[in-house]
Design a protein. Structure first.
Length: 754
């Protein structure tokens, strides 16, 4: 507006420092003019005119300094004035980055805004926000921040950067925070030494995903022993030392959870029991002698617990699996109502709850009730036996050499005594004999279930534990047969030694023994004691049979746990040889030259008694690849043809050559007769029959002696039976003679008194 004749230009600005694009007011309202023209950017061109309030709001896109110019006009007169300098600031650019692709709850995560910049200045402050809340303890002078999330899920992290002219910019990112899995360990029961226990991690969980790996450390060395995708494994503790079991679980995002528990395996109690009354012949258990309705004492006082004490006993008198009585003392009494064999089982319970059982066969006799003419029957029986034996002997020694045939005696032996699944078992019937001197066994026929074999011995591999009935029938040249039966008990849990890796010498070289080794693994569920076991190099002969040479014998104290491996090196001990294998246990044969052929060979392992353990053949398929497969059972029979079995190896009872057990039967019958005669007929009738009993014993003994001497019975009996019979005869004679004399004296005195 015009307030004077001469124009006067005046100018102010609302802000001398603005951001690019930010509005600023150029104020010329105090000018004396009819019209105000404004050069906004000071380039000499007046872009704006104003005839009203002389105010203009402008903005600048380009950074830099601008000096606007105001021109006041009154008619043709003008005056110009330069406004204060306006600095146009370009705002900073914020950028944020995170140094973890899959952050986890509880993990320290680093965020970085170092990629932020200010084109026309410098950044002076950083303000951090998590889920919309400013992080108060985050530093504002640096471009980095670390933050630990306490909850899983999706989170938003932002940064606000400020430059030296107070311009600001903000950047944000969204990330998913993983909730780690929770590990949990449980056991199927209190662990017991040398028994399999299940380690269970199925209670482990992942709240926002799934668990993909379970790493178990059962040896306490902070290194995983088993890595599985399943939450359950089985483990056998070999000692009673306290063990720490560690579990690490990994989820599908790589997060881990840990759990740990400490266990102390219990050494189970050792249990065994005896019973009385009983009879022992030649230090071998013979027929037990308790009678029906007689109190039998069962004694397990020799039971003990290696790492505690036995606190209770449970008794199963008939072996039906039902506990009939529980006691805290190691002995009890029981009266059997029926005769025959009773399988009595005792269970010992220790202070940790471990239970061990022992089974024993108790034979209960039914008493003979002598009748009025029993003396005559006994005497006549003894004489008849003697007459028949003598007649048979004479018949054999006469009849123009046409002797009658005596059937053979079949005997079953096996090795090992306690086989495990997967391990070869040698069955031997070569100890079967034919008592006739000019006769022999010509056929051996074995039967087990639906399977049949022929020959004096064979090898069989059981694939499962349990009880198997086996039968051997032998036939002599006259067609006479005899059958023996046995029960083979295959352990449910046992070790299984398997050849898993071969590294023979290089083809064409016989000097690189340092590179040669065999690796074996225990593929079973039980611990293997390799002490005395030996490795053999088997080679096929011209006749089709295998001949093996002993290569190495395992040292004492070498126990192999389930899944554990041992490597046997041909050369001497060296660190270089050990580094070539993954096994943790190593043995060295210290041989001067290589043993195993590079193209193919057969590896045989025998136990400490030469019995079969495994026999496997390897064959080269590629340059460094070998295929390993077990030998056929028919080949195993040739490999173990030289194993010798003793007569008493599988049977703790004495054998005198008679399947009927003549000596124990004679002892049992004699005792029952004496007991019955004394109790039911009275001492007078018993003493009066002593001569008849003596005649029976003497006639039988003499008859057996004659028959044995002339070959009418197997010579394996030798003179054992006659000697026993004559001793019994002497005892009966002495007892009867003294008793008769005493009775006569008493009878005479009673007659005088009467």
């Amino acid at each position: 507006m015009t307030v004077a004749d001469d124009p006067v230009a005046r100018c102010t600005v609302s802000d001398r420092t603005v951001a690019s694009g930010e509005k600023v007011l150029i104020n010329a309202s105090r000018s004396n003019a009819d019209l105000v023209a404004i050069d906004v950017d000071g380039d000499g061109t007046f872009e704006r005119t104003n005839e009203e309030d002389f105010r203009e709001t402008v903005s600048y896109a380009d950074p830099g300094e601008v000096e606007p110019v105001v021109r006041a006009e009154i008619e043709s007169r003008t005056q110009t004035r330069t406004c204060p300098t306006i600095t146009v600031n370009q705002p900073p650019r914020a950028e944020i980055d995170v140094f973890s692709d899959n952050p986890t709850v509880g993990e320290s995560v680093r965020f970085d805004a170092a990629g932020s910049d200010d084109p026309d200045g410098e950044l002076v402050a950083f303000r951090w926000f998590v889920d919309g809340d400013e992080v108060s303890d985050a530093p504002t002078s640096t471009a980095r921040m670390t933050h630990t999330f306490t909850e899983g899920g999706r989170h938003t992290v932002g940064v606000l950067v400020v430059d030296d002219r107070d311009a600001a910019d903000r950047a944000e990112l969204s990330l998913e925070v993983n909730e780690p899995p929770a590990a949990a360990i449980s056991l199927s029961g209190d662990p017991t030494v040398n028994e399999s226990v299940r380690l269970d991690a199925s209670a482990s969980s992942d709240p926002d995903g799934r668990i993909v790996r379970y790493a178990w450390d059962v040896t306490g060395d902070d290194a995983p022993d088993r890595n599985t995708s399943s939450p359950r494994i089985r483990h056998v503790f070999s000692g009673t030392d306290r063990s720490t079991i560690s579990l690490l679980v990994v989820d599908n995002d790589g997060a881990v959870g840990r759990a740990q528990t400490t266990v102390r395996p219990n050494n189970p109690p050792q249990v065994g029991f005896t019973y009385s009354p009983s009879t022992v012949v030649f230090d071998y258990p013979a027929y037990a002698e308790p009678m029906v309705d007689e109190s039998v004492r069962l004694d397990a006082s020799e039971s003990f617990d290696p790492d505690g004490e036995v606190v209770g006993f449970r008794w199963d008198f008939d072996g039906d699996g039902v506990i009939d009585e529980s006691t805290t003392t190691p002995h009890t009494t029981h009266t059997f109502e029926d005769g025959g064999t009773h399988g009595v089982v005792v269970y010992a319970v220790d202070d940790d709850g471990a239970v061990t059982q022992s089974r024993n066969a108790v034979y209960v006799s039914e008493p003979l009730v002598p009748s009025k003419g029993v003396d005559l029957v006994v005497g006549a029986t003894g004489g008849l036996i003697g007459a028949l034996v003598v007649r048979e002997t004479r018949s054999r020694l006469s009849d123009n050499g046409n002797e009658r045939n005596t059937p053979p005696n079949a005997t079953i032996m096996s090795l090992p005594e306690l086989p495990a699944p997967g391990r070869p078992v040698l069955f031997d019937g070569s100890l079967s004999v034919d008592p006739d001197t000019d006769d022999r066994i010509i056929d051996y026929r074995w039967t087990m279930g639906d399977d049949h074999w022929n020959g004096p011995r064979f090898v069989h591999v059981f694939t499962e534990g349990g009880e198997y009935e086996i039968e051997l029938t032998v036939t002599d040249t006259h067609g006479a047969t005899d059958t023996d039966r046995d029960t083979v008990r295959v352990s449910e849990i046992g070790g299984d030694l398997t050849l898993v890796e071969v590294h023979p010498d290089v083809s064409g070289s016989d000097t690189k023994r340092m590179c040669e080794y065999l690796t074996f693994e225990n593929a079973g569920d039980g611990v293997l004691d390799l002490c005395g076991w030996a490795i053999y190099d088997a080679a096929g002969g011209d006749d089709g049979r295998f001949e093996d040479t002993k290569f190495f014998e395992f040292p004492e104290g070498l126990d192999l746990a389930p899944g554990e491996r041992v490597t046997v090196h041909t050369g001497p001990e060296s660190g270089a040889a050990v580094e070539k294998t993954t096994a943790r246990r190593h043995c060295f044969a210290s041989r001067e030259t290589p043993t195993w052929n590079s193209e193919a060979d057969t590896v045989v392992v025998r136990d400490e008694r030469g019995g079969p353990v495994t026999a496997e053949r390897y064959e080269q398929t590629d340059a460094d690849t070998y295929e390993i497969e077990p030998l056929d059972v028919e080949v195993l029979q040739d490999l173990f043809i030289d194993v010798e079995l003793s007569r008493r190896e599988n049977d703790s009872r004495v054998h005198l050559g008679l399947h009927t057990g003549f000596v124990p039967k004679l002892v049992s019958d004699s005792r029952r007769f004496v007991a019955g005669a004394v109790l039911l007929r009275g001492p007078h009738a018993f003493i009066g029959s002593w001569s008849v009993i003596l005649s029976f014993v003497l006639s039988s003994g003499v008859s057996w002696a004659i028959a044995t001497w002339f070959g009418a019975v197997p010579r394996s009996i030798e003179m054992t039976v006659p000697v026993i019979l004559l001793v019994l005869a002497a005892i009966v004679t002495g007892f009867g003679g003294v008793g008769l004399a005493v009775w006569k004296v008493l009878s005479t005195l009673w007659g005088l008194i009467a």
